[in-house]
Ligand binder design. Structure first.
Ligand code: FAD
Length: 376
């Protein structure tokens, strides 16, 4: 967290392991992410200084969805007839996460104890009372050392899409959590690049260019969004570093073995507009691939009072979605806000909170689930 904005960018471009920054992170953090307005609003409420810091310290800029963006959906230019504009902040997830952690420490530093590079490995439970009393964790650098116990009044599993909760609850309570999964053959390849003029003004005047997939007719898409302004003397440069993404569903995977092969794939699958944007890029990082995403929902609310007290799943741990619809982070933010609200209502017994949260959080998951899965 002491890294300067330039060191962070350097880390991002070299795919430096976040472990050396004191945390494990998640493998998708190198990929292009879009945060919905509601998620952005929640972050602004929690961290009122964050936006100004990003703009002033990280060379981040705000863009207009109406004028700085070219967003094609199934052959239609989506953003040309907007009655209302959307501001877009151009930043990468890696930098945003670190900046947010810094803000969290500034606000609550003396109330938080970080257990860095550690892994929760088991629950500590009282079966007869149906409560989770704590967790056992291990430090990653000392895999052979024995686990350490950590007790809590209320425990939130926010360990993301690979949560072990389903396994742990089965082991500890013989509880079977109803789940549903949909596999849709998602593939992402993302890298950082400097954009140069293509000679086509309709592309060169737009910092954000995107074309979404529309399965089953069209299973591939692409997007580029700026993450930093840069100083350059080259008049052909657009003056920004950007994240570039190509994506697919239905297993039409883009290659990441070489940039030449990726360009060939783009030419064949995505057409001249995307090809010309990608061909005019200077590549500034390795090509990172991701192929494991699925829709994966845990119907915790169906278990009613069988669900243990003092324990909830939140965010991806409860439900993951097709990343192509960019809902996951906002879903996690909304569930976190709801949990905060339940505590602030100040009228619930601690033992009831997990059941109340499960009902309300699953309603949030349901909205996002419908959007993702009707198409998938
Ligand atoms: C390729 C890809 C692209 C995506 N694009 C978008 C997008 O455009 N917009 C969007 O909103 N969402 C997107 N998502 C989804 C988004 O990344 C997630 O929804 C979001 O990160 C969920 O946040 P979370 O806090 O629930 O979990 P995570 O962000 O996954 O965080 C989990 C944390 O728990 C830690 N952890 C894991 N296991 C343990 C353990 N046993 N002990 C201790 N710590 C542990 C991890 O290291 C990590 O820090 C994308 C996902 C993928 C895979």
């Amino acid at each position: 967290m002491k890294s300067t904005p330039n060191q962070l960018l350097d880390y991002r471009c070299r795919l430096g392991g976040p472990t050396s920054l004191g945390r494990s992170g998640v493998s998708q953090m190198y990929h292009l992410h879009v945060l919905e307005s509601e998620g952005h609003k929640i972050l602004q409420e929690l961290f009122p200084q964050l936006k100004d810091k990003l703009l002033n310290e990280y060379d981040v800029r705000e863009y207009s969805f109406k004028t700085d963006c070219r967003f094609m959906v199934n052959g239609f230019l989506l953003n040309q007839d907007l009655t209302e504009d959307f501001p877009l902040l151009g930043i990468d997830r890696f930098t945003l996460e670190t900046a947010m952690r810094k803000e969290l420490c500034l606000q609550y530093g003396n109330q938080i104890e970080w257990k860095c590079n550690s892994r929760a490995v088991q629950l500590i439970v009282d079966q007869s009372l149906n409560i989770i009393k704590g967790i056992k964790y291990r430090q990653k650098h000392h895999v052979d050392s024995s686990s350490i116990d950590l007790y809590g009044d209320f425990i939130i599993d926010c360990t993301g899409r690979n949560t072990s909760s389903v396994k742990w609850l089965k082991e500890s309570f013989n509880l079977i959590v109803p789940t549903m999964q949909i596999h849709f053959g998602l593939g992402y390849v993302t890298f950082i690049g400097e954009r140069f003029k293509t000679g086509d003004p309709s592309l060169d005047s737009k910092q954000i260019v995107a074309c979404s997939f529309n399965s089953p007719d069209n299973n591939t898409g692409f997007a580029t969004t700026p993450i930093r302004e840069i100083k350059t003397m080259d008049e052909n440069s657009l003056g920004t570093l950007s994240t570039l993404l190509v994506q697919c569903v239905n297993y039409e995977y883009p290659p990441n073995d070489s940039y030449e092969n990726l360009l060939e794939w783009i030419k064949e699958k995505l057409g001249p507009e995307c090809y010309s944007v990608f061909k005019s890029k200077k590549v500034c990082s390795p090509l990172v691939s991701y192929r494991r995403a699925i829709d994966d929902r845990k119907y915790v609310e169906q278990l009613g009072k069988k669900w243990p007290q003092n324990y909830v799943l939140l965010g991806d741990a409860m439900c993951t979605f097709n990343p192509g619809y960019a809902q996951g982070m906002t879903h996690a933010c909304r569930q976190a806000r709801e949990l905060g609200k339940i505590f602030q209502e100040n009228c619930h017994k601690l033992k009831d909170i997990s059941h109340i949260f499960n009902r309300r959080a699953s309603a949030i998951s349901e909205e996002c689930w419908l959007l993702s899965t009707t198409n998938d």
